[in-house]
Write a protein that binds this ligand. Structure first.
Ligand code: HEM
Length: 221
């Protein structure tokens, strides 16, 4: 299949898988925000999700496929690009490079490391900080679990640092999607670049607010 063998085809697949994962990041942020309602909010939300049963696994497999394509092609394209242009600066000046655009591979790999840690922590629940239990309604107590973990400064710090890395990756990644699929021109590019930054800032502030508010005691039982 040419889409898999040509570098343009692989870039398009990376752009599409990336944007589908951005949709997940939006939905996950909305879901996580239910923590501001309190235990009743996030525990009920988590129960609804788990009650979906086998659908949860369909969703997880779909996410894993998206992630695998995105990561593997990302590594491959980076290796190919550096082999093709050892003096990278000589071919880059057609578009302004930024710290974020220059370091997509590193921010991407750091997000992958964060994701493994995050899944071991809140999904597999095998990290030492995890407090397991049920609430008065018999639901899994996600509220207490998240609260107890983020009351530890080191864990809250890891999350905020990871959200800064996610901000860098998405502030370039979202606008790059529009370039790759060709939905931009000289007029719209500055608008798209700004919008991508705004969306990335919303993720940074939205996700980071949870560990920060918990660590500072603003969000508590
Ligand atoms: C403050 C930030 C975050 C909090 C508090 C948080 C919280 C959670 C919790 C509680 C779960 C387990 C849900 C359950 O099984 O009941 C979860 C799962 C997950 N989170 Fe996060 N999350 C955060 C940031 C992120 C980010 C930035 C990403 C992606 C880049 C992410 C990706 C995931 C994924 C893929 C799952 C697994 C979903 C599944 O069960 O299949 N999370 N998160």
């Amino acid at each position: 299949m040419q889409i898999l063998t040509s570098s343009v085809g692989r870039k398009i697949l990376m752009a599409i898988t990336g944007q589908l994962m951005v949709l997940f990041v939006v939905v996950h942020l909305l879901g996580n925000s239910s923590i501001y309602i309190g235990a009743d909010g996030i525990n009920a939300y988590a129960k609804h999700l788990h009650d979906l049963g086998p659908l949860v696994w369909v969703f997880r497999l779909a996410m894993l496929s998206l992630l695998s394509v995105h990561v593997l092609f990302g590594i491959q394209l980076t290796l190919e690009n550096s082999a093709a242009s050892p003096q990278a600066y000589a071919v880059k000046n057609y578009r302004k490079a930024t710290f974020a655009s220059d370091n997509m591979i590193w921010t991407g790999l750091l997000i992958l490391v964060f994701l493994v840690y995050h899944l071991m922590q809140f999904t597999a629940r095998v990290t030492p900080d995890i407090v397991q239990g049920v609430d008065t309604a018999g639901r899994y107590d996600v509220f207490t679990m998240v609260l107890t973990s983020f009351q530890k400064g080191g864990i809250a710090f890891i999350y905020v640092a990871a959200m800064v890395v996610l901000f860098l990756h998405l502030s370039h990644g979202i606008q790059s999607f529009f370039q790759t699929v060709g939905w931009n021109n000289d007029k719209t590019l500055p608008v798209i670049t700004k919008l991508a930054k705004v969306v990335a800032v919303v993720f940074l502030v939205g996700y980071s607010s949870i560990p920060v508010f918990i660590l500072t005691g603003i969000l508590s039982k």
